[in-house]
Design a protein around this ligand. Structure first.
Ligand code: GLV
Length: 311
């Protein structure tokens, strides 16, 4: 029987993935939803999310390889077969890009750049008092392959850094918290909070009224996780009441952000269009090919997701 890959991703990146596959493994038989051939041939699907009706049509699928680091968009698909192994991207280059973006976001908030942007647009030459990084506590939610590196690099820059994860972790020069009590302790100190948690049923809406109230007055919130981590109405209320000073958001519950959404123009919100860090096909394709080889050799894929935990 033929063995083929089902490949489906955004138009923006598709040709770069296909070029990388062609260079690394020219013999791969790659199909798309529009050009599926015999669905029984497909043993591995490579995608961010598959179009409705695709999973039930693939009787011999052995691996769902996600092209993203976050797999929440796949795990909520009611058609995803319950026992199908799902692998995610764990790409050090993607983590580095995320860390660089997050450092920009932290410095943007730390130095109150949104206020400067507004002043400069009005041709106003102003100075804000400069806080030392050493006196600024940054809290990082999620200490996985991205958050863990971010916490260490922020500490190396000189910020006072605290991190929180579900299970206990230890990172040099970072105060690490875990569990519910640990979360309360971190929030009470975090003047700038960066979210890099995976989106799971436990973390959906975590950036909401209760969490905001636990942050110090004047705190700043950065969301680089997923849009549904944020309760949007609660965020607007916390900003408008002055409890939070500002927010920087890269991800949204509905993407693209709908026309007329209040986040577009809110003076205390800086938005970016889900660009913090996508896997670079040239760098990430080898791990996809390795997983295809492993599945075909009867070995477990690398970077498998714990479907119960959701990441
Ligand atoms: C991007 O959002 C990813 O999950 O890789």
């Amino acid at each position: 029987m033929a063995q083929a890959i089902l490949f489906h991703t955004s138009k923006m990146l598709a040709s770069r993935w296909l070029d990388a596959f062609a260079r690394l493994e020219p013999a791969l038989d790659i199909r798309t939803p529009a050009n599926l051939g015999d669905p029984a041939d497909i043993d591995v699907a490579v995608s961010w999310r598959l179009p409705p009706g695709t999973f039930p049509a693939l009787p011999n699928l052995k691996l769902m390889q996600c092209t993203g680091a976050g797999v929440d968009q796949l795990l909520i698909d009611p058609e995803l077969p319950p026992d199908l192994p799902v692998a995610r991207m764990v790409d050090p280059l993607q983590a580095d890009e995320m860390v660089a973006f997050a450092i920009w976001a932290v410095v943007d908030q730390h130095r109150e750049m949104a206020v400067y942007r507004q002043d400069i647009a009005q041709q106003r030459w102003t100075f804000r008092p400069q806080r030392s990084m050493r006196k600024r506590t940054v809290g990082v939610l999620g200490l996985g392959s991205m958050g863990g590196v971010l916490a260490a690099r922020l500490a190396a820059l000189g910020f006072d850094v605290a991190g929180w994860s579900r299970s206990a972790k230890a990172i040099d020069s970072v105060t690490c918290y875990h569990g519910d009590q640990g979360l309360a302790a971190l929030l009470s100190r975090a003047e700038i909070l960066v979210n890099l948690l995976p989106l799971t049923p436990d973390t959906r809406g975590i950036l909401g009224a209760t969490l905001f109230a636990a942050l110090p007055t004047g705190a700043m919130v950065i969301n680089l996780g997923r849009g549904p981590h944020v309760n949007e109405a609660d965020l607007l209320a916390a900003l408008d009441q002055g409890h939070l000073a500002s927010a920087l958001l890269d991800v949204f519950s509905v993407e693209p952000l709908p026309d007329g959404h209040p986040f577009w123009t809110h003076p205390k919100i800086t938005i970016t269009p889900h660009i913090a860090s996508l896997a670079d096909p040239d760098h990430a394709a080898p791990q996809v090919i390795e997983n295809i080889r492993r599945v075909r050799a009867g070995l477990p894929a690398l970077n498998l997701v714990d479907r119960q935990a959701g990441y």
